[in-house]
Design a protein around this ligand. Structure first.
Ligand code: SF4
Ligand code: SF4
Length: 82
């Protein structure tokens, strides 16, 4: 289970950061069609996906994301609700 640590305070919800978000390339994102559900992407800033069904997780690309590294984030699968 994902630890309930609030990691959303470090990253700002900006257009610039949205462009850096590589979730759209991630298999978990594509397979679960997370683009259709709020907040669509940039989960490190906006919080987990509001998708009502359970997310079937595969790879998480966050670890290769510039924002993830820059902000020292440690928890992957940021889109997944608990
Ligand atoms: S850390 Fe993950 S959720 Fe945040 S911008 Fe990068 S790919 Fe997107
Ligand atoms: S938070 Fe991770 S698992 Fe979720 S869509 Fe973004 S890269 Fe994929």
């Amino acid at each position: 289970m994902k630890p309930s640590v609030n990691v959303t305070q470090n990253v700002d919800d900006t257009e610039e950061n949205l462009e850096k978000c590589i979730c759209k390339l991630c298999p978990t994102f594509r397979n679960n069609e997370l683009a259709k559900f709020s907040p669509n992407a940039l989960f490190c800033a906006r919080g987990e996906s509001k998708i009502p069904s359970k997310i079937k997780t595969t790879n998480c690309y966050c670890l290769g994301c510039d924002l993830f590294i820059k902000h020292g984030l440690v928890i992957s699968h940021l889109c997944v609700h608990g």
